[in-house]
Write a protein of this length. Structure first.
Length: 94
């Protein structure tokens, strides 16, 4: 269940990021490149030009916050799917 919700929120966030990046390129080439290449650059663009990026920004924020909430509500097991014998060997290393 958590994996499916994380995937859905990731896709929503990705679509919102694409839309914000397109708005950034419409504002100027520099802002488009910042939104595209700089980590969290789309968030800086949204903060500076909120009136222009309000619609796509809300989509991006809903997806991003939903993904973060899913990662806390449904934490993944890092050892899921590992061979039990390998896990016993790792426990013996302690």
């Amino acid at each position: 269940m958590g994996d499916l919700l994380s995937l859905i929120f990731s896709l929503i966030s990705f679509v919102g990021w694409i839309m914000v990046t397109v708005k950034g390129f419409k504002q100027s080439t520099g802002w488009g490149l910042i939104s595209l290449l700089v980590p969290f650059g789309a968030f800086f663009f949204m903060a500076k030009f909120w009136e222009d990026a309000k619609g796509p920004g809300k989509i991006l924020l809903i997806g991003f916050i939903g993904y973060i909430v899913c990662s806390f509500v449904f934490p993944s097991d890092p050892f899921a799917g590992m061979d039990p014998e390998l896990l016993e060997g790792l426990e013996g290393l302690e």
